[in-house]
Write a protein that binds this ligand. Sequence first.
Ligand SMILES: *Cc1c(COP(=O)(O)O)cnc(C)c1O
Length: 370
Amino acid sequence: MNIPFIDFSEQYNLIKDEVDAGLKSVFQKGNFILGEEEKDFEAQFAHYCDAKYAVGVNSGTDALYLALAALDIKPGDEVIVPSFTFIATALCISYTGAKPVFVDVEDQTYNMDSDQLKKAITDKTKVIMPVHIYGQPANMDEINKIAQERNIAVVEDACQAHGSTYKGKKVGSLGDIACFSFYPTKSLGGFGDGGMIVSDNINIDEKTKMLRDYGRQGRYDHKIKGFNSRLDTVQAVVLAAKLKHLDQWNKMRNDNAAYYCELLKDVDGVVTPLIKDDRTHVFQTFAVRLQNRDKICDELKKKGVGVLIHYPIPVHLQEAYADLGYKKGDLPVSEQLADEVLSLPMFPHMNKNQIEYVCESLKELVAARV
Ligand SMILES: *Cc1c(COP(=O)(O)O)cnc(C)c1O
């Protein structure tokens, strides 16, 4: 049996007619840049996040970068991030000239550890950037409390968590600014790159709208030195069609995750994800922890199971950040996770047979101690 890591063909069938009609209309009108469909999608996405404002940009990375730029983050500043994340979480900080400060994550949720966070704060800390890793929100009450006491901003890296909730509140409305990615493999993904900056703050809304569009207000009136980073109208058409299904698809992901956990619950040597009582997960990624992960990963691929590792090297140990001088052992939980996590196939329309085949294959390999 061959099971792809993701397969969005069923999703495509569901939205095809709406996307075809929407694209045709954009092609005819020619409103490719910031057309009304893009503005409509911003309003829909803000509403989805229970937030006031949303600004469409080129990617999740740009969303994070422009959010930091809107907060005037500059050389000499420090921004605290978890090390167990995709490197873009840190790159956006480097673009501003500020320094990323990496902290370790919790052993159970893999999200930013607030005790470690407290220790990492200095008088240069300007922003805390928690990542809702794999789709489960970080411990936001603790993080917001630490930030508010010290007048530090909180920017959510929500690139993996469209639609999840913390104490009943939607991701996107949990900090000062939230940033989303619509990269095709994300749970809300376009047919190309895209991203969104979400907030309740009119100043952030206005400033990020200028920053993404050459710093202008009006046509040739440039208030600040901006960039070129807008969400294409064609992507907005695709994303608006998908957004209508997102809650349903997130539910299907959760059902799949629950079935995985049931089938793997008594398997020695396999640790399944834990969902905290006060939050919901959207399982952008379904990762288990294993001893001998690399060998099992290779063998699963041979059996036709599409698996990936998110992420094999924690950011503080990436060559790109060698200049910061971190060494092995500095952030032990992140380092251990990088050695043990394995992402299993996960997409809304997976069927039970597929999940059963993945689990059978995994169980065999674990039992055989490959
Ligand atoms: C995908 C991702 C990003 C970057 O988003 P792009 O749209 O690919 O630029 C940033 N942070 C996290 C946690 C991500 O998963």
